[in-house]
Design a binder for this molecule. Structure first.
Ligand code: SAM
Length: 318
């Protein structure tokens, strides 16, 4: 059916994201020793502005995530929604900053692929086994559950199904919990994403939500971005051309979150550590600075907080 085709196209976006991240790390934009086990080939060359855009995205999200782990002293959970082939669990394990438990959710088909990579590659499976106390961990074709890392196959638009699985794998609604979604909510209708963030705000008393996605799509550049995605038959249910930083914030403020911030990626880029920016700007020559600016202006990071325990997580920012 059309909706199967659209979901398949959405799942394919996971390969895009990980291929672009793989390429950028091969150029030295940031270090990720684990991504090679999910994406073997460096792939064809990506334009410098694309690599810088991914750099800002990864560093921006990591900055907020690391700040949350620090504020909660890792006495928390992280739930990555639409995680695709992300490698954050392995980074945190290597840096010795793992939360109590790290969860990932994606479509069952993506989850099965991820689990296959983990099962067959010791550099991926070893850190998992090292953080697991009992002798058997659940690792079959469709599920992976260990003490510190769990991957769940579910559709984020089906909240009862999602809740059942999170509970089955022992999510603790009493622990401070960070939710992360990177280019995911845009594939759901505004009603579906609002229901999801509403449910989270009413289920977890102390939580933060980091959302990275497209913004300001009404102009010519935004239209070209949308056309590119549509050409691939992606279901862009959540692309509202009017979506601005204010409407990003409104999604959270209207669903029970206490405070919310949003920045476009141009702003984030200017707030990231400038020595590292100078380093990455020397990696590849970028002829048209204008192009990078336009690209960065069409993506944003929005972070929302609910801090019933008064941990001070609403102070987190750049
Ligand atoms: N967050 C990853 C990253 O940044 O590398 C992957 C981003 S990719 C653009 C979007 C991901 O969201 C895909 O892996 C896709 O399968 C997942 N996704 C989209 N809609 C979903 C849904 N309704 N339920 C579960 N996963 C979904």
């Amino acid at each position: 059916t059309d909706s199967d085709t659209a979901d398949e196209a959405v799942r394919a976006t996971c390969d895009d994201a990980s291929t672009c991240k793989r390429f950028a790390t091969s150029k030295g934009y940031w270090n990720d020793p684990f991504i090679q086990y999910f994406v073997r080939q460096t792939g064809e060359r990506k334009a410098p502005e694309i690599n810088r855009g991914y750099y800002a995205r990864v560093q921006g999200v990591n900055h907020l995530l690391d700040a949350f782990l620090k504020k909660t002293q890792c006495e928390c959970q992280v739930v990555n929604l639409g995680a695709g082939l992300e490698t954050t669990f392995w980074r945190l394990k290597a840096e010795n900053t793992l939360p109590k438990k790290y969860f990932e959710v994606d479509f069952p088909m993506i989850v099965a692929r991820k689990i296959h990579h983990i099962k067959t590659k010791p550099p991926l499976s070893k850190p998992l086994i090292e953080t697991h106390s009992a002798d058997s961990l659940l690792l079959d074709g469709h599920n992976l559950d260990s003490d510190r890392y769990c991957i769940i196959g579910a559709d984020l638009r089906d909240l009862p199904g999602l809740e059942e699985k999170l509970r089955k794998f022992h999510i603790n609604t009493e622990l401070p919990t960070l939710f992360v979604s990177e280019c995911v909510l845009v594939y759901m209708t505004p009603e579906q994403s609002s229901k999801l963030v509403h449910w989270l705000a009413h289920t977890f008393h102390t939580a933060m939500f980091i959302n990275y996605e497209q913004v300001n799509m009404a102009d010519r550049f935004g239209q070209v971005m949308i056309e590119n995605l549509q050409r691939r038959q992606c279901n862009l249910a959540g692309v509202d051309v009017c979506q601005s930083l204010d409407s990003q914030k409104e999604r959270f403020l209207s669903t029970g979150w206490e405070s919310v911030n949003a920045l476009d990626m141009m702003a984030v880029y200017s707030l990231l550590p400038q020595e590292d920016i100078s380093r990455i700007e020397r990696l590849e020559f970028l002829d048209e600075k204008e192009l990078l600016q336009q690209l960065l202006q069409h993506y944003s990071i929005c972070w929302a907080v609910k801090d019933t325990l008064n941990l001070g997580i609403s102070q987190i920012g750049f």
